[in-house]
Design a protein around this ligand. Sequence first.
Ligand SMILES: C[S@@+](CC[C@H](N)C(=O)[O-])C[C@H]1O[C@@H](n2cnc3c(N)ncnc32)[C@H](O)[C@@H]1O
Length: 380
Amino acid sequence: MALVRKGALSVRATVLPRLAMPACARRGGTTLGYEPMPTALPSPRASLFPRTAWFDRRTPAALSAAPKQRGDARARGRHAYQDIIDGLLREVPGISPKYFYDQKGSELFTQITEVPEYYPTRTEHALMVGHGPDIARAIGKGGVVIELGAGSCEKARGLCRLLQPFYFIGIDISADYLQDGVARLRADLPGLDARAVGGDITRGVQLPADLPQTHRLVFYPGSSIGNFDPPQAVELLTHMRELAGANGGLLIGIDLPKDTAVLEAAYDDAAGVTAAFNRNILSHVNRLIQADFDPQQWQHRAFFNTATSRIEMHLEARTPQRVRWAGGGRDFAAGERIHTENSYKYTVPVFSKMLAQAGFSQPQAWTDERGWYAMVHART
Ligand SMILES: C[S@@+](CC[C@H](N)C(=O)[O-])C[C@H]1O[C@@H](n2cnc3c(N)ncnc32)[C@H](O)[C@@H]1O
């Protein structure tokens, strides 16, 4: 069973044709000349993946036929290279938030969850503790838990104690960090068959063939669904429903709209952990595309966009920047921004409609007293 189907959406409608001179060149930013490529990285001219595809268009069968790990790693490297450069050359440059999560980024995210301003993790935890028995009754015990973006597996531990599933599958793009988390989970819950699957949920992930097809719960905590624009979120939810299968369900965390000051503080904490997390994406990108970003030259910006009901995170050039990467580069004007993350805030009724569009039924939500956060369960 693979979390991938043929449906395709455009992630970013503003993608420029590959290698086209970005409009930023007309207002300050310029593309640098392309140089011969090092052989380790793909040519930016190679048409490797359909740029409009959000989910990889390859079928699950094609994915299972994919050759061995080394070939997979090369394909992942090619995809990341093209994906990042396409984003950097856009009129409004952007880097997908999935590139936050190298080992350092995963560690920084864990630190973010501990800063006083970052309420989502604590609120979600309190909801799971306070409403645990109700949530367990709604879901039922046993079965299979599949967590997307499982990271350190801290949340999995609590849920698995509650539901006592037979199998736990953690999926994460930060594969080494996930492996450590799953190993700790196995040590703590010896009766549980817990496995780690490294992969990108937006591209297709191959699950173990022996996993039961029924009574699957897809667990997607942390309001990570907010990182996708609404149409993409519905598409991803649809894939989650397919993954959960018959007699399955989804347990998902969503961050609710609230006071702007509370929201903005959560994404710009006083200790500067979120700023370090945001800047770390440039260090990761440096390794992925052999670029020379100087992270210290980029200022962390986070604000709530009321019109779209989303937090936006950007990196803003402190001074004019010339950035080179394998095969090219571009200039950034002082003050120019790279968009690194959105985090949409949905009300429960709006999110319930999205669940219905994705084919889920009987949504049930638990919220905290302040109405800041919700855990939502829905059936396939
Ligand atoms: C915001 S953190 C949430 C971690 C944890 N689930 C929680 O709720 O605290 C997002 C997690 O999803 C993972 N992730 C981000 N994009 C991903 C993708 N496209 N595919 C798989 N995992 C992804 C990250 O590595 C990280 O562990």
